[in-house]
Design a protein around this ligand. Sequence first.
Ligand SMILES: [Zn+2]
Length: 400
Amino acid sequence: MPIAALLLFAPSLYGQERMRCFFDDFARQYGQMNVEPSTHGVQPFHTEKSIVLRSTHKVIPVYVHIVYRTDDQNLSDSLLALLFLKANQELAFHRRGHRGIPPIFYPYIETPSIELCPYERQSDGRVALRIRRKKTTIKAIGDVHNGRIFYDSLGGSDAVDPTHYLNIWITEMDDYALGYSSFPDMAGASNDGIILNIDYLRRNGPMTYKARTLIHELGHYLGLCHLAGCRTASCDDDDGIEDTPNSDMHYAWSSCPTAPQISCGSEDMFMNYLSLAPDSCILFFTKGQVERMHRTLTTVRTSLARSHCPTPITSEPPWQDIQLVYNPFQQQLWLQLPHGFDRPITCVVYGTDGRLIARMYLTAQTSLLSVPVALAPGWYVLYFIDEGQTRSKMFFVPPN
Ligand SMILES: [Zn+2]
């Protein structure tokens, strides 16, 4: 479906959330997208072949390209490590009975048994990210219709051995796109891989949600189409997977749709990773989708799969070393951040009586938090909420 047509029933496209994925544009421009048709509708799913295919844990070696235009787009190693950590946690999570998934879909949920591995062991024994960083002068070089991101000579970054690595370009693109991906019929080409919006990844918000954009694109890379169809978003076309209901809706909305949503005569699975719904509401693959991904890894992309990923040694930032000073004239908290702290987190200030005073975002580039209310003399607690973990630090505001 053309994007213009999509706009007709996606009135909130330019709201808080953005159009997730330009896979349809990219894969159609460079590939054939030959997908076997399926029968429509949710079907019982139990074949011996699929059980065998899914039982093997697959490790996909990843090569990361950071192609940045401004220095603050040059994402840190630890932010990237967090992206892959969260993506792998999602890919390994047995998500059944989760809020946001209608019970009728529970029997179709499958854990992918796929792991992304951006690490390699170096000659000195150290485990490091497999990464190339390159500065470019070209604005929105990752835009789906630009194409220069894939070539050094055009300001981008050449793919590294795309038959043996999943190349992931993280770069600037038009603000309304979160990413796109190649399809398996582009395997080994110079533009074979996944492209992610660098500004989306560095912006505030849980990395768990951002990792789902990567997982959505991984689905395309391993042979999955959008649920609404491989060619057109209509009831006459589907995604070629037996156990995803036929749908003619993308759900590229600004907030999570409310179940049930009906199209093509059945309840839509908009909470599937291959929906275009916001990151916060896409939660699972089906058995049929997982079978398709594993089949791609044992056929067209068989040279990718490995069995082991070296584990990096990560250390927590020394939270206890954070220094805090409150400036009553500016109503600002000054923080001396520990070395190694470089990702956005939520900060919440409470009084010692448990009263919520302020909630703020702290980014790696900022060491000043503006507190929206004047703090009276006394003790306070500042909570750091970082990817599900909470730590605290007390501070004292002296009398004037
Ligand atoms: Zn997509």
